[in-house]
Each structure stands twice: as structure tokens, then as C-alpha cells.
Design a protein around this ligand. Structure first.
Ligand SMILES: [Zn+2]
Length: 266
């Protein structure tokens, strides 16, 4: 019997997006049956556990498409790689790998999720995806005080669209990005490691990898860049107009803004 052709990157991304509602349904079925407790708390690490569960359930659902989800072991921004099911995977050379997925979770009761979407756009592949799981403790029916962690909303979309939205609004709010020809650390341009690093409107670095001379007073970084709620914030007319413009031309950006506004209103 001839084997089915291997899926292309964009086909893999589409399969993952289309499978997500089924994955969330399976996750909730599992956690409702398994993670029952009394007195569920916010800072319980449950978000990380849900992010991990997502990978296993997505892998199971994707198997008929000849792809699976692999856990990236090294310390890099992506949590998961989508890989060919029947081929070896080499994380160093990316052989056998189609795309990467960064997973974030946020508790509905939390002000701002801890995880930031802060990877530089230049390091994001065209089909890479961002996953955001929004969850809350819900009462278990007919039980005495028991609760279970339910994923109540989920977003899964093209990460590069979201990075461009984030970066444009960063600039609209008065932020900048380091140019290696004018690095605040006065690096030799060819050796500068800070190119593209975000600086906020005060000129402070927003990530640990940013220029040392721009360390803000009292902390190592600004840590606002890529906050899932903050990154779509529009405090000025200019920023609001910019966001409207981007959402009109990029469907994924528009879907993300709608998603975050819906989650914030809940
Ligand atoms: Zn530099």
C-alpha cells in the first residue's frame, strides 16, 4: 500500500489548529475525572501541568496525520516541536521538525499571566504557533466542595502575526528596538548581541538579554514586553489607531485581540 505523502509545514499547522477544540475537550474530560481536589489555589503550578497535558493529548489526536508533538528539552523559548511521527528528530539540526509551538497558560483570576510572549520576531518561524490556555477552578457537580481545573478558553494562532502586533504597539507606546549600529552598550556593531532587543519608553531594557547599561533601577528588566494582556493595551489615540489598522489587515492579530478582550471581561 502506498504511504500518504508527508504533510507540509502549513498543513501541519492547520491540522494542529483544527484539532485544538477536540484536544481541549479531551483534556477537560481527563482533568474533571482525575484532578479533583478541595481548596484549589492559583499558584499551584496547575497551569504548567495543563500546558504539559496539552502536548500529550495533541500528540494522540494528531497521530492519523503522521505528525506528533515533541517536548523541547533545551532552555529555549519554544515548548514544543511538531515532528514527523515516523522519522527521527534532531533538535540541534531541526531534522524531522516542522514547526514550534510556545504554550502559555493563564488563570482566569490572575491579573497578568506570569508567562510572557517575549521572543524576538526574528527568531520565530513563519508557521510557528502560540498557544494560550485560560483555565479556572470549577466546582465538581454533586461533590462536597471539590473543584477541578477547567480550560475555559483557548487560543492557538500564528506566532509571527502576534509578534508583529506586539512590536508595532510597543513602538506606538514610545518603545524602541536596539539597532546594532547604535547600541546603548556601545558594542562593536559586528559583535553586538543586543540587536532587536526591546527598550521601553523610558529607555530601559525589557528582557535580560537587553543592553546592560539599560538595566532599570531596582530590577533587572522592565518585564512588560509580551505580557499577554499588556501587549495589546492601547493607552493613546495613536496606539489605538495602530491596533485597529493591524487587526484589519491580519486576521490572526484580530482574533487574538478579540480573545484577550473576551477573557478579560469574564
Ligand atoms: Zn550591543
Amino acid at each position: 500500500m502506498p504511504t500518504a505523502p508527508k504533510p507540509a509545514r502549513h498543513e501541519a499547522a492547520e491540522s494542529i489548529r483544527q484539532s485544538n477544540p477536540e484536544v481541549i475537550r479531551r483534556m477537560n474530560e481527563f482533568t474533571n475525572a482525575t484532578f479533583r481536589t478541595r481548596g484549589g489555589r492559583m499558584g499551584s503550578g496547575m497551569g504548567l501541568l495543563l500546558e504539559g497535558l496539552w502536548g500529550y493529548h495533541m500528540s494522540a489526536v494528531l497521530a492519523p496525520h503522521k505528525i506528533d508533538i515533541s517536548w523541547i528539552a533545551e532552555d529555549q523559548y519554544n515548548d514544543y516541536a511538531c515532528t514527523y511521527l515516523d522519522e527521527d528528530w534532531n533538535p540541534a539540526t531541526k531534522a524531522g521538525e516542522l514547526l514550534c509551538i510556545e504554550a502559555k497558560s493563564m488563570n482566569l483570576g490572575a491579573d497578568e499571566p506570569k508567562g510572557h510572549f517575549a521572543e524576538l520576531a526574528t527568531n520565530i518561524g513563519p508557521e510557528d504557533l502560540l498557544l494560550v490556555l485560560v483555565w479556572e477552578w470549577l466546582p465538581v457537580q454533586d461533590s462536597r466542595q471539590q473543584v477541578w481545573p477547567s480550560v475555559v478558553e483557548a487560543f492557538l494562532g500564528r506566532a509571527l502575526s502576534l509578534a508583529r502586533l506586539r512590536d508595532s504597539l510597543h513602538i506606538a507606546r514610545g518603545g524602541t528596538f536596539v539597532d546594532r549600529l547604535a547600541c546603548p552598550d556601545e558594542c562593536v556593531p559586528e559583535l553586538c548581541q543586543h540587536h532587536g532587543e526591546p527598550l521601553n519608553a523610558r529607555g530601559s531594557r525589557e528582557r535580560l538579554q537587553g543592553p546592560e547599561s539599560r538595566e532599570p533601577k531596582g530590577s533587572s528588566i522592565g518585564a512588560n514586553f509580551g505580557g499577554l494582556k499588556r501587549m495589546i493595551g492601547v493607552g493613546t489615540q495613536e496606539a489605538r489607531a495602530k491596533r485597529t489598522e493591524i487587526c484589519a489587515s491580519d486576521e490572526v492579530a484580530g482574533q487574538f485581540v478579540d480573545f484577550m478582550q473576551r477573557v478579560t471581561r469574564r
